[in-house]
Design a protein around this ligand. Sequence first.
Ligand code: ADP
Ligand code: MG
Length: 247
Amino acid sequence: MIVDSVTKKFSGKKALDSVSFTAGPGEVVGLLGPNGSGKSTLMRIMLGFLKPDSGHVMVAGADSTEDSMAVRRISGYVPETVELYESLTLRELFSLVARVRGLGSKYALDRLNALVDAFELVKYVDTLIGALSKGNKQKVALVAAILHNPKVLFLDEPLTGLDAFSARVLKGIIRSKASEGGTVIFSTHVMEIAEKLCNKIVLLDGGRIVIYGTVKQVASVAGGLEELMLHISGRASEIEEILRALS
Ligand SMILES: Nc1ncnc2c1ncn2[C@@H]1O[C@H](COP(=O)(O)OP(=O)(O)O)[C@@H](O)[C@H]1O
Ligand SMILES: [Mg+2]
């Protein structure tokens, strides 16, 4: 995966400014950064949903800027805000996804059974999606995104809203995707998770890469990732003040 000098403006304001990094097979890349730093925009450009103003993205040999359909075939994506067909049952949604993905019915069924079981959704397969809790909807979106066993996984803040059990399952899926030689790109606010799960960190602030490196390299800077994030968003002193006022 190659992200090369990607710049994107929204009404004249740079959401991404010359962002470049690479990720290979077997890597888990954490996109970190405060709200509004460009994580979701970058992911949408990598998927080919948005065109950059300049720059180029290649995802596992597919050109995101030229051929987003090719990227779609090899990727799975769970957006930050999950939108699903509320009036379909889980079974109906998954069979739609399996058909669009061109999965064989035996393969789709076996894989679906395993995933539905892993995310504790078995009892909901004939329930309308609209009737599910937020967390369960998120799990449904995850299952739909990985049903075709994509080479590349894009997860935008995937752990927000998941219960501890499902978060653990997802972490396992991310790790096994990497060990199979896939690539995972995910964004998170939770530093501990980034430190535990990622090989590489891309830390964004105001659309620019502030830090890019292996977790080891990044963690050795400035007393760890969490500390670094606070300083980058300029909020370390603010927090100290709040704590002083509270004590
Ligand atoms: N569709 C859009 N139209 C206008 N501005 C946008 C749009 N999407 C994102 N932005 C702006 O781009 C910047 C980066 O946003 P985003 O990629 O969502 O950041 P993050 O995911 O890190 O919170 C923000 O300033 C945001 O307001
Ligand atoms: Mg976002």
